[in-house]
Design a protein around this ligand. Structure first.
Ligand SMILES: *Cc1c(COP(=O)(O)O)cnc(C)c1O
Length: 214
């Protein structure tokens, strides 16, 4: 079931005309280790998690299996250390203060932590992320931090006009020749995101089914 879903999502990704590589992140928030195991058995390597506590348990469970873990949820400043030392990527950095803490707390023996700045492209009050006009000043500050490597941007656009928002992100990253990663596109809109340059897509529901929060 999960393996069939993965196949389908990959074929959707493959059907988009694009000249760049796209990596699929399976968003495994609220999912059990048994469900993640099914995806791993089907060849899935990249996983995305939003909630720190449940994610650490899963990361420990799969230690040594070569999986790549992406933190994609809101970050509380007193919870940065376990994020810095258990994840390979953090997509949801929206303050220099958080980036500084991640850099200070990352164990250098783990190598650099890959960072994306979350951009609130549609200026929605309900969403975290940096306003697009404030991106420039935080890029240079984050780039100067040791133990981090700034790769690009992540966004969660409002569903009504995601095509326009994705294209704004494409324009934004084109101004930064050092940055090459756009994390955007979920179950419902991954095709339009890839057309606009997304190279990390984050898919939960279409791989694992509807989430039940209980
Ligand atoms: C939950 C979540 C996803 C996955 O969303 P689906 O609609 O289940 O594919 C992607 N990105 C973020 C930041 C999420 O929180």
């Amino acid at each position: 079931m999960i393996s069939d879903n993965l196949k389908q999502v990959k074929s959707r990704i493959g059907s988009v005309q694009s000249s760049h590589q796209v990596e699929l992140i399976a968003v495994s928030k609220t999912r059990s280790t048994a469900e993640i195991q099914e995806a791993v058995d089907a060849g899935q390597i990249h996983f995305g998690e939003n909630y720190l506590q449940e994610s650490i348990e899963k990361i420990n469970f799969f230690k040594g299996r070569g999986l790549v873990w992406h933190f994609i949820g809101p970050i509380q400043s007193n919870k940065t250390s376990p994020i810095a030392n258990n994840f390979d990527w953090v997509h949801s950095v929206d303050r220099v203060k958080i980036a500084k803490r991640l850099s200070e707390q990352r164990n250098p023996s783990l190598g650099v932590l890959k960072i994306l700045i979350q951009v609130n492209v549609d200026r929605e009050e309900s969403k975290s992320g940096v306003d697009i006009v404030n991106v420039e000043e935080i890029v240079s500050e984050i780039e100067s931090l040791p133990n981090l490597s700034l790769k690009g941007f992540m966004t969660i656009p409002s569903p009504e006009n995601s095509a326009k928002s994705f294209s704004q992100m494409k324009h934004l990253i084109s101004k930064y020749p050092n940055l090459d990663t756009l994390s955007m596109g979920m179950s419902s809109d991954l095709e339009i995101a890839i057309e606009n340059g997304a190279n990390l897509v984050r898919v939960g529901t279409d791989i694992f089914g509807q989430r039940s929060y209980n």
